[in-house]
Ligand binder design. Structure first.
Ligand code: GDP
Length: 312
């Protein structure tokens, strides 16, 4: 059994290939919910939606989020009512949020809702689990004040300088049902090529999760989200710099060094092999760019083959 930890865009692209190699019921995915936000009267979980939309083949591939062929009439209409509309929600996407909201009003938890929505999108045999059912939000401390991650990322287009990150609510949050068991029962734990600060970081601080990963007998593998020393998309570099960290795969290895066995780095990062190995972590160099489903599958095949031949 494989258990993966991930955020949205990078995780979903990677999981698309991994899912093709796992038999039904053998892939668990623990998804970050720190990006979740209350907006337009809805509670939106961008990373969960991105994973569901990508795995079900409905993602808007160009954007990397949202549903393909979506329109934005709802957003235009609420803008006309004087509401600030910096956070994009398409019309088809809105249907997902309204369904989720109605289930919440009936008292269902986020993990129950996630299962229902994944099923409605035709995802079978993959267990998608939010990291927690409790409210946790990632806030960014910037030079112009503290703000929700989405406000930093979308409204302010990542422009304000980052001074710190707070995972609000994480101290009291409990792992969602299934999270701890999926870690304990895993033979392989995969850290997707996700932002280590705001996608993987929030998962690892939830009560018991990091400790269970450290103590697990699984092989623990992470895929670096950096290619040529940079993230492909998003604020990974800005956040790392803001926290005083070097933007490198070696730094990614350091962030996970208390549990990591293998780090997968892109060909463009191979100069870092010896520095990473000094941390006691094996390095697999591969083509980690994931432009499509075929390359995603190839990357997972390469990783699984490496584990089988070089690790066991
Ligand atoms: P978010 O929550 O939607 O930002 O998604 P993630 O945290 O899962 O993904 C963001 C990270 O994915 C960024 O740091 C990107 O560099 C990384 N990423 C996106 N596409 C790829 C890819 O094709 N290959 C690799 N190695 N990383 C990628």
């Amino acid at each position: 059994m494989i258990t993966a930890l991930g955020g949205g865009v990078g995780a979903a692209k990677f999981l698309l290939g991994l899912a093709q190699l796992c038999s039904p019921g053998n892939l668990n995915v623990i998804i970050n919910t720190g990006d979740d936000i209350d907006i337009y009267g809805l509670r939106v979980s961008p990373d969960i939606d991105t994973v569901i939309y990508r795995l079900s083949g409905n993602i808007d591939k160009k954007k990397g989020w949202g549903l393909s062929g979506d329109t934005f009439n709802f957003l235009e209409s609420i803008a006309n009512l004087g509401v600030q509309t910096w956070f994009n929600v398409g019309d088809k996407d809105l249907a997902t949020h309204l369904l989720k909201n109605s289930l919440r009003q009936k008292g269902l938890s986020l993990s129950e809702i996630t299962k229902i929505v994944a099923d409605k999108f035709g995802i079978r045999g993959i267990n998608l689990i939010p990291m927690t059912d409790d409210k946790v939000e990632t806030w960014i401390n910037t030079e112009i004040g503290k703000m929700h991650f989405q406000e930093y990322y979308i409204k302010n287009a990542m422009k304000p300088e980052v001074r710190g990150v707070e995972i609000r609510g994480s101290e009291l949050a409990k792992p969602a049902p299934g999270v701890i068991n999926s870690i304990i029962n895993a033979e392989i734990i995969m850290i997707c090529p996700s932002n280590p600060i705001i996608s993987i970081g929030p998962i690892l601080v939830i009560d018991g999760i990091r400790e269970k990963i450290i103590n697990s007998n699984a092989v623990k593998v992470a895929i670096s989200p950096l290619i040529g020393g940079k993230p492909l998309k998003g604020p990974t570099d800005r956040l790392m710099k803001g926290l005083g960290l070097e933007v490198s795969s070696t730094q990614i290895a350091k962030l996970y060094s208390d549990f990591l066995d293998i780090l997968v780095i892109d060909n463009s990062e191979k100069d870092e092999i010896s520095e990473i190995e000094l941390l006691g972590i094996k390095v697999l160099v591969a083509d980690t760019l994931i432009p499509d489903k075929r390359r995603s599958k190839q990357l997972s095949e390469t990783i699984l083959e490496f584990i089988e031949t070089k690790w066991a």
